[in-house]
Structure formats: structure tokens, C-alpha cells
Design a protein around this ligand. Structure first.
Ligand code: SAM
Length: 329
């Protein structure tokens, strides 16, 4: 039997989850993710090749990573993705390969993703009203995303629907989103808005998880479900009689840093132990040495310096603004 490897950081947290970004490009411009003016694109030569991404994944899994989430930017815009995913899914020891998408290109790709070995999809969906959806995404077509979700369901994917809740923007749709879990086995998750780009007055957009739940409780009776490993940081509930679940993810009001199990690698090879960490490490020069011990040593020292918490609250944050699409959401 293979040796079981566990990665434990200095604070005793077990690190077994890698979020791997395959591109900084996105076919949406979500208001919570990037400024209206957009963000500078990385040049082609700055982006890691699939070979380099695979090498990182292989080393990470050899060190104890069990779950990889493919993200971006929008991962489905990168050419050759399906073939890459097929290679990733065959890494011995990798237990979960999942992907996060905005769903715009999902309709045609869902079945290929399934065949490549992706086990679950998270689809970001922030409004069920076409005009609100296009205002938030600044270019998305809601119907196309809904067709993508239908296609993913048909392909047999378990689905998580993630809504970033913003007061005064889409919070009037909480009940409609929760209703999605009634007849479908979706896991609908309400995510507290995080001030990544730090727009003016960002505090006014934050709707704390407790308020989300208390608003929903006026319409539905729901009870907690015992969260399994796949629920991640979400607190999950089931509306009486529903097929699926609802959940809240509360990075600000109830942050889960003490049990954070993840590291992130951006499309250009910058590795971070915390989304809001002040420092990141450039893996690219290390990768070019081809020295396995060096690559794993860098990953390990990063993990050992993972901060105790992200330091953000509902009213303050000291990080420098960034676009999620660049770090890998
Ligand atoms: N393009 C893919 C997508 O839309 O799912 C993957 C990348 S995107 C950056 C991943 C997700 O990060 C978003 O949909 C959202 O759930 C989360 N995210 C980005 N900015 C956020 C913010 N300011 N607050 C909370 N969640 C955010």
C-alpha cells in the first residue's frame, strides 16, 4: 500500500487542497471581482504551460494534496483544457478534481469535462434576473449560463451554485436562489462579499451570513445538515422536503481560517498560502530547474508560513486591492 502523506502546517492545519488557476483571462467582468476598467492581461509567455501546471500538481499531490480545484479567470476559455484535465485526473493519489466556472461555455463542454475526469462543478451565478445578471457580470448572458447548468446536469455532474451576495444589488433574490434547491439536488451557496478590489464604500455591500439565514428563515423552514468534506467552508442546511441544500460561506463574519486547508497557484505560477497574504512566491524559476526537491521545498516552506488568518473584518481590510481573476478565485 502507498505511504499516506499528510501536510500539516505550523498551526496544525492539514493542507490538502490546491486551487490551480489555468488562466487570468475571463469572458465576464464581474463587478465584485475586477474594476470596471478591467485588469492588465498577462502576456502569453508569463502563463504557465500545461506541462508546468501538471508538474506542480504532481508535486503537490505527492506531498499530500488530495483535492485540486481548477479555476481562473475563466478556466473554460483556455484552449486544450480538457486534455490537460484528463492528465490531471490520472495523477495517482489525487482524490478530487473539481472545477469552478461562470458557465458561459459550459453547454458545449460539460460532457467533455465529465469524460476528462472532473468530478464536480461549481457554477458562479449571481442573479436570476437578466438585467441584474448583465449589470453584475458586465457582459454575461444569463440564458447561456442556464443552458450550461442544464447541460452539466445532463452530463451527470453534482453541482454547486455559488452566489456572491451584495446588499442592494442582488440580495432581493435570496429566496429565489434558495428555491433552486427545492427540486434539484443543487448545493446553493450564498457567499459573503469580500472586498478584494476594495471599491469605495465596500462595507455597504456586505450582507453577513447570519442576516442571509434570518431572511431565508422568514420563507423557509430549514435545518442544518452534517457537513461532509465536500461542503468545504460552507455551513449547510436543507429546506424541509428539498432535494438539494443551501449553505452560507462567511469569510468575513465567521471566518474559517483556523481550518483553512488550501493553497493557491496563479496562472503565472505565483503561489500563495492565503488569498489575502501579503507575499507570494514565484514558482516559475524553480520549475525551470526541474529539481523536484527544490520545488517541493518551496511549496513546503510556503505552507509552513501560512498566516493564522486573513485579517479582514466586515469593516476593515489591510490588503492591497487585487482582481480575483489574477490570483485565481
Ligand atoms: N470564472 C470562474 C467563475 O466565475 O466561477 C472562476 C473564477 S471566479 C474569480 C471564482 C469565484 O470567486 C467567483 O464566482 C466568486 O464566487 C468568487 N469571488 C470573486 N470575487 C469575490 C468577492 N469579491 N467576494 C466573494 N467571492 C468572490
Amino acid at each position: 500500500m502507498g505511504e499516506i502523506v499528510k501536510l500539516i502546517d505550523n498551526l496544525g492545519r492539514s493542507i490538502d487542497y490546491l486551487r490551480l488557476s489555468v488562466t487570468d483571462l475571463c469572458n465576464m467582468r464581474c463587478s465584485y471581482c475586477m474594476p470596471e476598467s478591467g485588469v492588465a492581461k498577462l502576456s502569453h509567455c508569463d502563463i504557465l504551460s500545461y506541462e508546468q501546471l501538471l508538474t506542480i500538481a504532481q508535486h503537490a499531490v505527492a506531498m499530500g494534496i488530495e483535492k485540486i480545484r481548477i479555476t481562473g479567470g475563466e478556466p473554460l476559455v483556455r484552449k486544450g483544457l480538457v486534455e490537460f484535465l484528463g492528465k490531471l485526473s490520472r495523477i495517482p493519489g489525487l482524490k478530487q478534481l473539481v472545477l469552478t466556472t461562470n458557465g458561459l461555455l459550459l453547454e458545449k463542454m460539460a460532457l467533455d469535462l465529465k469524460h476528462a475526469g472532473v468530478q464536480r462543478l461549481n457554477v458562479s451565478l449571481d442573479s436570476l434576473r437578466p438585467e441584474v445578471f448583465s449589470r453584475i457580470t458586465r457582459r454575461g448572458d444569463l440564458k447561456q449560463v442556464q443552458a450550461g447548468i442544464a447541460s452539466a446536469e445532463k452530463a451527470g455532474f453534482p453541482l454547486k451554485i455559488n452566489m456572491v451576495v451584495m446588499r442592494g444589488v442582488n440580495d432581493s433574490e435570496l429566496v429565489d436562489f434558495a428555491a433552486l434547491s427545492l427540486e434539484k439536488s443543487y448545493s446553493v451557496r450564498f457567499i459573503e462579499y469580500m472586498p478584494v478590489i476594495k471599491d469605495d464604500n465596500w462595507q455597504s455591500l456586505v450582507l453577513p451570513g447570519e442576516e442571509i439565514l434570518s431572511r431565508l428563515a422568514k420563507h423557509y423552514s430549514f435545518s442544518p445538515v452534517v457537513s461532509g468534506r465536500s461542503s468545504g467552508p460552507a455551513r449547510e442546511f436543507k429546506i424541509a422536503g428539498a432535494c438539494g441544500t443551501i449553505g452560507v460561506i462567511t469569510p468575513l463574519s465567521g471566518h474559517f481560517c483556523h481550518e483553512c486547508n488550501r493553497i493557491r497557484v496563479s496562472a503565472s505560477g505565483k503561489v500563495r498560502s492565503c488569498l489575502f497574504a501579503k507575499g507570494e512566491f514565484d514558482l516559475k524559476p524553480v520549475l525551470s530547474t526541474g529539481d523536484s526537491a527544490l520545488i517541493q521545498g518551496v511549496l513546503l516552506s510556503l505552507i509552513m508560513s501560512k498566516p493564522a488568518n486573513h485579517g479582514m473584518t466586515q469593516t476593515s481590510s489591510s490588503h492591497a486591492p487585487f482582481a480575483m481573476s489574477q490570483v485565481g478565485g
